[in-house]
Design a protein around this ligand. Structure first.
Ligand code: FAD
Length: 424
């Protein structure tokens, strides 16, 4: 029997969604109209797979901006190791494949009439809608932290202007200053990214500001790959990064954005730069359209991604609660492919197939030092997408320098192949 090692299995997973071809449907004169909200990881992966398996469907992608900057690798931009342009992609190739691109902001979805409204006053009707619009910040959660003041302590948790702002604050920080990263409690977009950011900021400091310090003020006590990060920090950036867990602060009570200060019951933290990553939720337009129930995230059928609150609307990626899968670009992309197959089946009156979904989160602790955590997920008898026992896992704590270097190269390969699959 042919066996695959972990890397081969992951490479296969990136193409699994496109490889799972269904029989071609017989369609009448009316082309099924699918509207996809979101021009990021989930939305574009769903669009490209759906176009491949159902070239006769009428597919429209609605996205807020005419280009997309990826959060993956945006920490390299913050650390001055890549340009924002190098992680920014256009939708030209998707348009050339026959998909319509509508640049605009969706404000509501009427699930009964199957129509969505945009901020420019236009409407789009659909037979089925796939939504992967990512996250929104919760500006009502922490006293002192408001939408108006966010640029004083940029989150840079959506790649773009704030990524550059944080990069510029980092490079102009005084020698020996303190760079604070505030990390929220889960669930939030990319649970390991605050720690990758701390690592790459430290990489920058070792070259340009060697007496600077990094404080991670954390709303939790532990985080994924913690032993691996801690080991690497000791090796590469000894004494530069301090992780302050929830148990030592009692949690945030307030911020003073103008004075770059975070207040907790036990201690206040004042930085020269504060990267404040606030708590998050699904975008308002989904919640206000009744698609979140009473919660902050959208509940879905975890096999088809169809909303629990409205038929014909499928929600995936960061905005949804997708079983045990973390909120990552890899997850959103794999979910997009599976959702495209489910939508095709449902439109053709066929039962949707289930699949094994894979995810790997790579983190660059330095440009040539990578670590990862992987998981495999399957629908169980109760219809829940659960981790499959004895699969996946994190990089070995005992790995050699060569292995860490190889894992960094897998991270670059993963990024290049996925963005190529999505944007051409
Ligand atoms: C610093 C950082 C590093 C990360 N690194 C990694 C990594 O290495 N690997 C990894 O797998 N993941 C990583 N992630 C996580 C990854 O970025 C997200 O999980 C992923 O982008 C989620 O995909 P999505 O489709 O849900 O949302 P997105 O990719 O954010 O796409 C959302 C799209 O919806 C559009 N949109 C939003 N609202 C509207 C609206 N009202 N109307 C129209 N369009 C709208 C947006 O314009 C955008 O095009 C990282 C995240 C961060 C913050």
């Amino acid at each position: 029997m042919k066996t695959f090692n972990r890397r081969q299995a992951l490479v296969l997973s990136a193409t699994a969604a496109t490889g799972l071809l269904l029989a071609s449907p017989t369609l009448g004169a009316n082309r099924p109209k699918i509207v996809i909200i979101g021009g990021g990881f989930g939305g574009i992966s769903a669009a490209t797979v759906l176009k491949t398996i159902q070239p006769d469907f009428d597919i429209t992608i609605v996205t807020e901006t005419d280009t997309f900057s990826t959060c993956p690798f945006s920490n390299l931009v913050v650390a001055g190791l890549r340009s924002l342009k190098s992680i920014t992609f256009s939708y030209e190739n998707l348009a050339a494949q026959g998909m319509s691109i509508k640049v605009g902001k969706v404000t509501t979805i009427d699930a009964v009439k199957r129509v969505l409204s945009l901020a420019d006053g236009s409407n789009l009707s659909f037979d089925r809608c796939i939504a992967s619009p990512g996250i929104e910040m919760r500006f009502d959660q922490i006293p002192g932290y408001t939408e108006e003041l966010q640029n004083l302590m940029p989150h840079a948790w959506k790649a773009g202007a704030q990524t550059l702002q944080l990069r510029d604050q980092l490079s102009s920080m005084q020698q020996g200053g303190t760079f604070i990263i505030y990390a929220p409690n889960t669930p939030y977009r990319c649970p390991v990214a605050p720690y990758e950011r701390a690592s790459l900021v430290a990489h920058y400091f070792t070259r340009h500001n060697p007496t600077a310090k990094i404080l991670i003020v954390d709303e939790k006590d532990s985080f994924a790959k913690q032993a691996l990060f801690t080991q690497a920090w000791e090796l590469l950036y000894s004494g530069m990064i301090t992780h302050v867990p929830f148990s030592e602060t009692g949690g945030i009570i307030e911020v003073d954005a103008k004075n770059l200060e975070i207040m907790t019951p036990f201690e206040n933290f004042k930085g020269d730069v504060v990267n404040f990553i606030p708590p998050q939720k699904a975008p308002k337009f989904l919640l206000q359209s009744g698609l979140g129930g009473n919660g902050l995230w959208c509940k879905i059928d975890e096999a088809t991604f169809e909303s629990k609150h409205a038929p014909n609307i499928h929600i995936l990626g960061d905005a949804a609660l997708v079983g045990d899968m973390p909120k990552s670009g890899f997850s959103a992309s794999v979910q997009g492919g599976i959702c495209a197959h489910a939508v095709a089946s449902l439109m053709n009156g066929e039962p949707p197939k289930t699949a094994v979904l894979l995810n790997t989160c790579y983190s660059l602790v330095a440009p040539d030092y990578g670590i990862s955590v992987a998981g495999a997920y399957r629908i169980n008898d109760e219809g829940r997408l659960r981790s499959i026992k004895n699969t996946g896992g994190a990089s070995s704590i005992d790995a050699s320098d060569e292995v860490r270097k190889a894992e960094a190269s897998y991270a670059y390969d993963w990024y290049n192949s996925l963005t190529h699959l999505m944007f051409g």
